[in-house]
Design a protein around this ligand. Sequence first.
Ligand code: UDP
Length: 240
Amino acid sequence: MDDRPAWNRVLLKCSGEALMGDGAFGIDFKTLERIAGDIAEVRALGVQVAVVVGGGNLFRGVKTAASGMDRASADQMGMLATVMNGLALADALQRGGAPAVCMSAIPMTSVCPTYTRRDAVAALETGQVMISSGGTGNPFFTTDTAAALRAAELGCDLLAKGTQVDGVYSADPKTNPDAVRLETISHSDALARGISVMDTAAIALTQENRIPVMVFDLHRKGGFAAALTGRGRSSTITVG
Ligand code: UDP
C-alpha cells in the first residue's frame, strides 16, 4: 500500500499546551521529543512541514491583561513565549536527526533568523522543518491566526491543527456527553455554528484562501502521520 500522503506542503499548528504533557506549565521534554519524532515521521514520508508553535504553556496575553497589564505588552510577552517553544522544538528535531530551523516574526537575530516568506520557502524546499515562532508579530492576534496566515502565504495544501481530541465535535466533548464528532464540516458551517476548534479569524482566513483544516489528536504518538495518511481519526473543515 502506498503510504505517501496526498499533501505536498502541510502547516502544523502545535499549541504551547501540547508541549506541557501531563504537566500544568512549561515544557515536558519527553513530550517535546515525542512531538518532534511525530513531525520527523511526516517529513520522512516526503511531506514539507511548516510548524506554527503556540505559547500558552508559558504565557497568554489575554489572561494576563485581565489582571490589569497593558494588553499589547502582555501579548508581546506571549509572542516571546512562542519563540522559546520554537527553539526547543527545533532543537529536539535536530537532535533526532531531522533538519529544522526556528524563525521568529519578531526580529532577534542573535537568537534565530527573522521570518521571511522567501527564507521559509527556501528552508521547506531543502527539506528542513520550518518552525515559525513569534506569532504574527502583532498583539491582539493568536497563534491560530498566525497558522492560517503562514499556511496561506507559504502555499500549504493543508493546515493540520493538533488538538487534545480526535476531531471536530458539535460541543466540547470533555464537558458535554451529548457532543457528536463530525467527520467533515464546511468553513461556513464551522463559523455559523461557533465551532471553537480555532478562532474565528483563523477559520475565516483559511476559508478565504481555500485551505482545508484537518483536526487531529496531537497527544497520540504517531497521530500526525496517521491523520495525513488516512489511517487515524480526524475531522476536516472542507473547502466548499
Ligand atoms: N500572540 C500575539 N500575537 C500573535 C500570536 C500570539 O500577541 O500573533 C500572543 C498572545 O498573547 C497569546 C500568546 O502569544 O496569548 C500565546 O499564543 P496562543 O495563546 O495562541 O498559544 P497556544 O494557545 O497555541 O498555546
